[in-house]
Design a protein around this ligand. Structure first.
Ligand SMILES: *[C@@H]1O[C@H](CO)[C@@H](O)[C@H](O)[C@H]1NC(C)=O
Length: 503
């Protein structure tokens, strides 16, 4: 099914002149930085603006702010950004009732003024393209929003779906009951003081409205890709025409840890966020007592069940989940988690602030929504931060592997497990071997030896420390794990011209 979708993309690309819209194949080699517009950068570039995440109100980030801070993102090696939804939100800025995150829209045809104007968004898009970067925009088709009781909703004020008949009758989704999928698709997401009227996306007129809108949105703002919110809550039959109308790569959200369920949606959409691995990933690195073998099983299950694991979006933090440092403040653990995020099968997605190790300070910072939405400017955009530096090296190593002209190209090579035990996972993807550990910075040093499938005596560079190593006469490597640090190996001779470790 994915193959036929891709053929459709290629066909449409030849027939239309949407030169900037990017296909799945073009996205496969990208690296994405996830931005929540309200929390990334303010207009004047200030780093002193207050932002109390607990309030759930606007903190002042804008499209212009992002545009002026693109160096920070690009210098880390990212060549795409995903920004939170841009459409006009519920009015007002009362605590807990403000649409600062972008998921409470009321008008698809207007841009939320807190974030800037339509021209500001166009300027951001143009600047990204000047830099050779892509723009991914988050879109919500499942629901609109209203401030007040369900009974008080004035449907005529919503646009363009301005009639009560466009929405399902009120009932709240019961997330304890996955046996009844209809109620997941047709009931409303629970959301406290702001009810979320649920669109009848199964109706032809609603679907047509969305298809017209998305093709205009993509074209008006030269959007290269989409992130689709709440895919599981939308009728499956909705997606095929929407995918065609948008004519760009898209990555869907099904926030559910079962690989079979997540992967089943890749039959409808080009890409899915890799929630099938996410929970096992964070669990593996949360504590030395958890098993890395479980992570290996999860990776292989996703590879088996998804149509194409190389088109998934791989992530380890986002705006909906507790920050990893809140689960485990150990910096070495975060390094391993990030190494996996950037070097496994899918298109890497780093959530803003992850590179600043937000938020290891404990308390409620970095915990669940809304605490996981800290303003990035409070870090001073520190490019010397240890994780910022690590991400830069990992993106560079990945780019070198992508550029390496080998028989089995990196991007299409599904990572294989070379070695896994409770503490260690070693994988190979293309010519790169990644060794991850969950023993933490306080863990004892240890050595693992495994068949890395290198040619005998191959000289290697460990790209995070630039130390050299060598495979033995049988292609095995021996790796000493110290202070819980990850290691990433690549044949030295193939790094020529890459800039990695001075090559
Ligand atoms: C796209 O631009 C056209 C022309 O300005 C406008 O009529 C249309 O409403 C816009 N659509 C969206 C989704 O912004």
């Amino acid at each position: 099914m994915y193959k036929s979708l891709q053929n459709t993309f290629l066909g449409l690309a030849l027939l239309t002149s949407s030169a900037l819209a990017a296909t799945s194949d073009q996205w496969r080699g990208r690296s994405i930085y996830q931005v929540m517009t309200d929390r990334f950068a303010v207009d004047d570039g200030s780093t002193t603006e207050e932002c109390d995440t607990s309030m759930g109100t606007y903190c002042g980030g804008t499209f212009n702010g992002i545009r002026q801070r693109l160096d920070y993102i690009q210098d880390m090696g990212f060549d795409a950004i995903w920004i939170s939804p841009v459409t006009k939100q519920v009015d007002g800025d009362e605590p807990g009732q403000a649409g600062y995150h972008g998921y409470w829209q009321q008008d698809l045809y207007a841009i939320e003024p807190h974030f800037g104007t339509a021209d500001d968004l166009k300027a951001l898009s143009a600047e990204l393209h000047d830099r050779g970067m892509y723009l991914m925009v988050d879109v919500v088709v499942n629901h609109f929003a209203w401030k007040g009781d369900v009974d008080s909703i004035e449907y005529s004020k919503l646009s363009p779906f301005n009639d009560e008949s466009n929405y399902h009758n009120y009932c709240e989704i019961n997330f304890d009951d996955f046996s009844d999928w209809d109620q997941i698709e047709q009931c409303w997401l629970p959301s406290g003081q702001v009810p979320l009227p649920d669109l009848r996306t199964e109706d032809a007129d609603v679907a047509a409205g969305y298809n017209t809108w998305i093709s205009e949105l993509v074209s008006n703002y030269s959007i290269d890709g989409l992130r689709l919110d709440t895919v599981m809550e939308v009728d499956r039959s909705f997606w095929a025409d929407f995918v065609q109308a948008a004519d760009v790569y898209m990555v869907g959200e099904v926030a559910f840890g079962d690989p079979g369920t997540v992967c089943s949606y890749q039959d409808h959409l080009p890409g899915m966020l890799d929630y099938g691995t996410f929970f096992d990933l964070t669990t593996a690195f949360k504590s030395p007592s958890n098993s890395m073998s479980d992570l290996a099983d999860s990776i292989s299950s996703v590879q088996d069940k998804c149509a194409d694991s190389t088109l998934l979006g791989t992530f380890s933090e986002n705006h909906d989940q507790p920050r990893f440092p809140y689960l485990n403040p150990d910096l070495a653990a975060a390094k391993n988690l990030i190494a996996h995020t950037l070097l496994s099968d899918g298109i890497p997605i780093l959530y803003e602030g992850q590179e600043q190790h937000f938020s290891a300070s404990g308390s409620d910072n970095g915990g669940n929504d809304p605490y996981n939405r800290e303003a990035v400017w409070t870090s001073g955009y520190d490019t010397d931060a240890e994780l910022y530096q690590l991400v830069t090296k990992l993106n560079a190593a990945r780019s070198a592997a992508i550029a390496d002209n080998v028989a089995r190209p990196y991007l299409h090579y599904q990572s294989e497990t070379l070695y896994a035990d409770d503490s260690t996972l070693a994988t190979r993807k293309g010519k790169m071997v990644t060794v991850l550990t969950n023993c933490g910075s306080e863990g004892d040093s240890y050595t693992v030896e495994f068949d890395a499938k290198y040619q005998p005596n191959k000289k290697l560079t460990e790209v995070l420390t630039c130390e050299t190593a060598q495979a033995d006469g049988e292609g095995k490597i021996e790796v000493e794990v110290t202070k819980g640090e990850p290691k990433v190996y690549y044949p030295t001779e193939r790094l020529g011209g890459s800039g990695v470790c001075g090559n």
